[in-house]
Write a protein that binds this ligand. Structure first.
Ligand code: HEM
Ligand SMILES: [Cu+2]
Length: 600
């Protein structure tokens, strides 16, 4: 026994030494000096093959913020696909009351994994994808403040995902069935090892998010170009800054709570099991993280829309300052409302009322934003491109998602609707209809920059309409189901006719499933469009959205950067003109690839 352990320790030690040795070698080999080195940045130039390794090695060793942004993006879209298929299984299961296709325990596992996947493996990373790629470009920085920490933060995610899905991937250990909220005592009593793996995986993604947040804060504070000050910092970077601050307070707390839960499960501690509030303690800790988490997820999408929508309305964002202030206000208030998730736990009504008041107060800055978006559209010269359609869909879904949320924040309403499908409908209007839509708007808007090509516009519009119709059918049906009294998190259902006629409940489940199918078809079109256009779409010119003519004052910094890149045909880096003019040779060397684009 002791010998075995000794051998294992030695083995681990050797492994560590090997990794350290390897990484120091990689470091020299891949020395990263973005601008100081001058012209050695072109992808096609001969120098590049010495500086930047090709193929898979490049992606494994990159510390370039744009590459890392793309890695985050690919990772998040894959997670979205996995989470989406799980959602579809859930929907398919519920078309008949006794459950159509899967066992109850498997349903619980899928439900748990769907929520965790969507929030932690898709939501946070897809925002990091945009932020990594574009924040440095938008603020005129060479790269993130700590490029290597940036890479490490990303590379914690794949093992995190494997751990989260470990219960499914490793046969026989049993997947977590705790739902994403991991409420005690259920989450302590469950014996599946998959639950432990999931907690560890979550912990890892939290560490990654925190490292990323520190990096964004440092970058935005210290790496801005000379002409970028707080007053003209773009709205997207403002939301990333606020979001990073929220992450800094919320995720370490989740990490601590997860460790406590793991210890309760494995080391017989009693944080969440003792009488006198153990399980409640979990809820307080969890929701003190969990509510800010929803703003961590929604603020940057709001920033994306505030950034993109004006560009297709042909006028500046109305009330820029107030959009910034409302972002900050939401950020601060979001830490004061966690107990609105706990109205039904029997808390003192005076205490509950104060939480209700703060929750309702958040509606004010949210409404400020909504009115600013609508006012920006007013009398604008609106161009209904795919990103713009998704922005408009975002605003419309946000109104429904927001208003249904205000209802839930009111104690008497929540007492009726708590843990029904109404809640599921409400937050899906936000997570799918708002966060999802802003993400699509961002992907389409910046597609020309990160691929150098244009997507198929017609398919983009199909994607929008199928998503818009699918989202509203699916999640409106869920709101109705909630009113009918359908509880959430059930794999099967039965109804007392005195509560609601079963036939009606079945019908609305069917409607929701039809809606989800429409959504699914839309997403398949999206994936096809992105992959096909990335590989063979037409090259774009310097101003793919014709902003110089339509809204010259809104020609963003990232497009100035893009234009420079095309002019000098530097495929990478090269934020500043002097890099290109420096030695001149990248331009020559890269001529073959010099875009057929420039002609458009
Ligand atoms: C693509 C369309 C989607 C469909 C059709 C869908 C469907 C569902 C369904 C039916 C449930 C089960 C609710 C219950 O029984 O309580 C659920 C739960 C959940 N979904 Fe989705 N979903 C979708 C997208 C998303 C997205 C984009 C996110 C987040 C970014 C998300 C996050 C969640 C969460 C957090 C839960 C809660 C799980 C729990 O209660 O433990 N979903 N979803
Ligand atoms: Cu909340």
């Amino acid at each position: 026994m002791a010998g075995e352990q000794l051998a294992l320790t030695v083995l681990m030690g050797a492994l560590l030494v090997a990794i350290v040795a390897l990484s120091t070698r990689l470091e020299n080999w891949r020395s990263y000096t973005p601008l100081a080195g001058g012209g050695a940045l072109g992808e096609e130039s001969t120098t590049v093959h010495r500086e930047k390794p090709a193929g898979i090695v490049r992606w494994l060793t990159t510390v370039d913020h744009k590459d890392i942004g793309i890695l985050y993006g690919v990772y998040a879209v894959l997670a979205f696909a996995v989470g989406g298929l799980m959602a579809f299984l859930i929907r398919a299961q519920l078309v008949v009351p006794s459950g159509a296709i899967i066992e109850n325990s498997f349903y619980n596992a899928i439900l748990t994994s769907h929520g965790i996947t969507m929030l932690f493996l898709f939501g946070t990373p897809i925002i990091a994808a945009f932020a990594n790629y574009f924040v440095p470009l938008l603020i005129g920085a060479d790269d993130m403040a700590f490029p290597r920490i940036n890479a490490i933060a990303f590379w914690l995610l794949p093992p995190g995902a494997l751990l989260v899905w470990g219960g499914f991937l490793i046969p026989g250990i049993g997947a977590s069935q705790t739902s994403w909220t991991m409420y005690a005592p259920l989450s302590i009593e469950q014996t599946q090892a998959g639950a432990d793996l999931m907690l560890l995986g979550l912990h890892l993604t939290g560490v990654a998010a925190t490292m990323g947040a520190i990096n964004f804060i440092a970058t935005i504070f210290t790496e801005r170009g000379d002409d970028v000050n707080w007053a003209n910092l773009d709205i997207f970077s403002w939301t990333i800054l606020t979001q990073s601050a929220l992450i800094l307070f919320a995720f370490p707390l989740l990490g601590s709570a997860l460790i406590m839960l793991l210890m309760d499960r494995n080391l017989a501690t009693t944080f969440f099991t003792v009488d006198g509030g153990g399980a409640l303690l979990w809820q307080h800790l969890f929701w003190f993280f969990g509510h800010p988490e929803v703003y961590i997820l929604v603020l940057p999408p709001m920033g994306l829309v505030s950034y993109i929508l004006p560009r297709f309305a042909g006028r500046k964002l109305f009330g820029f300052k107030f959009v910034v202030y409302s972002t900050l206000a939401i950020g601060v208030l979001s830490f004061g409302v966690w107990a609105h998730h706990m109205f039904s736990t029997g808390m003192d009504v005076r205490l509950a009322s104060s939480f209700m008041a703060v929750s309702l107060a958040i509606a004010i800055p949210s409404a400020v934003k909504t009115f600013n978006w609508i006012t920006t559209l007013w009398n604008g010269k609106i161009r209904l491109t795919a990103p713009m359609l998704f922005c408009i869909g975002f605003v419309s879904n946000f109104i429904i998602g927001g208003v249904t949320g205000v209802f839930l924040a009111a104690i008497p309403v929540d007492k009726v609707l708590h843990d029904t499908y109404y809640v599921v409908g409400h937050f899906h209007y936000i997570v799918m209809g708002v966060i999802g839509f802003a993400v699509f708007a961002g992907i389409y808007y910046w597609f020309p920059i990160f691929t150098g090509r244009m997507y198929q516009r017609k398919l983009g519009k199909w994607h929008f309409w199928l998503s818009m119709i699918g989202t509203n059918i699916t999640f409106f049906a869920m709101l109705v189901l909630g009113y009918l009294g359908m509880p959430r998190r059930y794999a099967t259902y039965e109804f007392d006719a005195a509560i609601a006629p079963l036939a009606q409940v079945i019908n609305f489940h069917l409607v929701a499933t039809v809606g989800a199918t429409i959504l699914l078809v839309g997403q398949l079109i999206f994936v096809w469009n992105i992959v096909q256009s990335w590989l063979e779409g037409p090259h774009v010119g310097p101003d793919p959205w014709n902003l110089k003519e339509e809204a010259p004052e809104l020609y963003g910094r990232e497009y100035v950067w893009h234009e420079n890149r095309l002019e000098t045909a530097l495929a990478d880096g090269g934020e500043e003109e002097d890099v290109a003019t420096d030695g001149g040779e990248p331009t020559d060397a890269a001529d073959e690839d010099a875009p057929d684009a420039a002609d458009e």
